[in-house]
Write a protein that binds this ligand. Structure first.
Ligand code: HEM
Length: 461
């Protein structure tokens, strides 16, 4: 029986490596043990097998609701301190499938396109704060945009004091939960001790309690004045009934909203900050992108922007080179199975390593180089390029996230000329449970493209 190999160092040491240098550690393991290896991060997830072999990923992700593998929610405990136990992350089987069917439609097709206007308005509002000659932190701005957009998708038109408080607190809560200390507390639950308002966990819990209260207040108010004509996600969830005709409880609604608010903005905000970095790091990428955007003329239609091939390639390459989510959620082996030559036993936990798959040089020659052209020159299978995972737990926001990225980039680049304020290299580092640039991407606003083109028009006429 051939078993996946892995480091022999104590669990505690492996866990620290995984917390503080996850990408380097995965790379070292892959180099030494191949594209299917074991890591040991404590009893609950033991053994934990990391997979970056596209054939094996295909086998797992096309069979993750069968007798071979499952995608259970109870294993996603790591998200509980953020969302609670009852969100989509924690659901399994039929219940999970039903919840996905309910929540997917608003993030796809025509429903998704109705957010184009909101995205444009919110982006305009954030851009109105920028001054020529000044620089700003890309991530702070993109996070403000994506948070406002997901709040509108979830709650509908939402411009109250409560909305503002919620936005502020959610932003702070995420920042706090992203520090290395918080991540250590997440991986070592015995450190999750409330030692008063000044202790790290105590501080986190108090802020979380404020967020929870705002969400519960909103749910209560919406139940009291239920308006069936609203099309936002909270309404959709409030109207849903299970087989027994029961609606969702307040706690279920709360946990689901938290999952969407968190998953639905941080990831896209980071991807956008990366895209802005790469576009301005390589002037030729920026020029090609501007030529493509300009070819659409003034006030282009969102569909036309969405279909632009080079913009699409830039977004794909951004999500390839440093995928925001390093891993898929865990899948679990159900019966003895052979995976790409390895014999795995029931109970083995599998993680798709999105990061390692995207760094394979047999698929992506010179994988460390940012080259959008790869995505114009060939098509990658869903098991070679999988920034949004796959199978039964594939990201429900995958289309929405790409749509939002393209709309925001088109809006920003068509409006202003930017330059990186500091051109030194930026790498990825862990930020909470995902990854992000290891320092702030600062953009300098060099000029207003619209004013410039209008004055050129005046000169020529
Ligand atoms: C660039 C942005 C994003 C990236 C890279 C990303 C990535 C991912 C990944 C890798 C997964 C796990 C998939 C798996 O295990 O196979 C996931 C799950 C999920 N994502 Fe996203 N995501 C993004 C944006 C969004 C947005 C905008 C939303 C909300 C609208 C969202 C909501 C979710 C939810 C609810 C799940 C859990 C699905 C389930 O458990 O069935 N994500 N995402």
């Amino acid at each position: 029986m051939k078993q996946p190999q892995g480091p022999q160092s104590p669990t505690f040491v492996q866990t620290l490596q995984w917390i503080f240098r996850p990408m380097q550690y995965m790379e070292e393991c892959a180099k030494r043990y191949g594209d299917i290896f074991t890591m040991r991060l404590g009893a609950e997830f033991d053994p934990l097998v990391y997979v970056s072999n596209p054939k094996a990923l295909q086998q797992i992700l096309t069979n993750d609701t069968t007798t071979q593998f499952t995608a259970p929610g109870d294993i996603n405990k790591i998200f509980e301190p953020l969302t609670g136990k009852l969100s989509i992350f924690g659901l399994s089987g039929k219940q999970h499938q039903r919840q996905r069917q309910l929540m997917m439609p608003p993030f796809h097709g025509d429903r998704m396109r109705t957010y184009a206007e909101t995205i444009a308005e919110v982006t305009e509002k954030i851009m109105s704060r920028w001054q020529i000659g000044e620089s700003f932190c890309a991530r702070t701005s993109t996070q403000a945009i994506t948070l406002r957009v997901i709040m509108q998708a979830v709650f509908g038109l939402y411009d109250s004091l409560r909305a503002q408080q919620l936005e502020k607190l959610l932003g702070e809560m995420i920042d706090e939960a992203s520090s290395p200390l918080s991540v250590t507390m997440i991986y070592f639950p015995f450190l999750q001790k409330d030692l008063g308002a000044w202790s790290p966990w105590g501080k986190y819990l108090r802020r979380k309690a404020l967020v929870d209260k705002l969400i519960y207040d909103e749910i209560r108010e919406r139940r009291e004045n239920f308006d069936p004509s609203r099309t936002d996600i909270l309404n959709l969830l409030m109207e849903a009934r299970d087989e027994a005709g029961e609606g969702m409880t307040d706690e279920e609604l709360h946990d689901e909203l938290m999952a969407l608010l968190l998953a639905g903005h941080e990831t896209t905000a980071t991807a956008l900050a990366w895209a802005l970095y790469w576009i301005h790091k390589f002037p030729e990428v920026r020029s090609k992108l501007l030529a493509e955007l300009d070819s659409l003329g003034e006030n282009p239609d969102s569909n036309a922007i969405f279909k632009l091939p080079y913009l699409n390639a830039v977004c794909c390459e951004t999500l390839r080179i440093y995928p925001v989510a390093m891993l898929t959620f865990p899948r679990v082996v159900q019966e003895p199975v052979n995976l790409a030559g390895y014999d795995l036993q029931p109970g083995t936990v599998l993680l798709g390593s999105i990061y390692l798959t995207h760094r394979r040089d047999d698929l992506y020659p010179e994988p460390k180089k940012f080259k959008p052209e790869r995505f114009l020159e060939r098509q990658f299978s869903p098991y070679e390029f999988l920034p949004f995972g796959g199978g039964a737990r594939r990201c429900i926001g995958f289309a929405f996230a790409q749509f939002e990225m393209k709309m925001v980039l088109a809006k920003m680049l068509s409006r202003f000329d930017f330059e990186l304020a500091d051109n030194t290299e930026i790498k990825a580092a862990r930020r909470g449970l995902v990854t992000a640039p290891n320092r702030s991407v600062q953009l300098l606003v060099k000029g207003d493209r619209i004013v410039k083109s209008r004055s050129l028009e005046t000169v020529s006429s």
